[in-house]
Every structure is written in structure tokens, then in C-alpha cells.
Ligand binder design. Sequence first.
Ligand SMILES: [Zn+2]
Length: 182
Amino acid sequence: MVDTMKRKMILSDIQKSIKEYSTEEINDWDSIKSNIDKILETHRPIKLCDYEYGMTMTLKNGHRIIVKEENDKTKVREYSKSNKSWICSNRHCKYATLKIKYGIVFTAITHNCEPREYSMALKIQELLKQGKTTEALGLTMKRRSLRHTSNQPLSASTDQSLSDSTLDELILANIIKTRNNS
Ligand SMILES: [Zn+2]
């Protein structure tokens, strides 16, 4: 949990640079301050320039948020909308959440999965925009097999090599299967 002093610093930074953080007009800062402070115990605020909306593998526009890493902007973590909440799109860390409050995006500080290269996330988004879901999936799979150092079949692989697998991909695989069967 983030300590009180650090939260105070982050809070004052958000207040000072609210336009860099929020898409909304915040008029009554005092009334939301304590709510934001509560979120800051477990989440960090993301500046508007450090995240963007994207598409999911099932081509739902705006149902993915790509967030640059705090200390390495070449890497990202991706979150997918599931009902009303946002969770890491890596199914192995589905409890890492993203919140949107007062127009500000906050992401969980405790986050254990491997971030993805930003350039790769962009390539995948480009393919999805063109409706090329199979290619987008292929790119994800290719990346996974590149990281796979041994020649073992996928079934014998470790959790690590499968850690990019997302619920989206599983859903997509099912869609392709269904299409091929009909
Ligand atoms: Zn994750």
C-alpha cells in the first residue's frame, strides 16, 4: 500500500496538473480528494499522454486501454473491459485492475505479468483496425513462440510462455472454430 506521504505528493500533482490527467472538468476538488486518496492506496494515476484506447481481439472498439509503463515508455500493459470493470488482458493476472474515476485512469500498482512492447501493441491494433483478427492473433502467437526457447511442443510449455494468452484470444479461437464449422 502506498504510504500517506507519497499519496499526498501524488494528490497535489494531480490537482496541479489536472488537465494532464482528467478528461473531465473538475470543479469541486475538495469533494473528490478523499475518494482519490483512497484509490491511490492501491493504484497509480495515468496521464492522458500515457494511455490510449484500442480494440480487443473481438474487434470491440474502445474496450481495450493500452497503458505505458511508469519507468519504461516502450513497454505497455493492456486492459480489457469486462462488464463494467477493466482487468489486465493477460488471463494469468486478471486481478490487476484499471479504474476510471473523475475522468482519470488509475492502474493497479501490484502487477505481476510481463509488459508487452509498445510497438507490438500498435502493430496488433493496426491489424485489428483493418479487421485482420487472424493476423493479429498470429502476431501474438509468433511473439510467444519467439520467446519459447526450447523445441518442446506448446503443451509442455511453462506458464511463462503462455502468459500472453488472453481471454480475447481464446474467444477469438472459438469464433474461428465456429465459423469454420458452419
Ligand atoms: Zn497483467
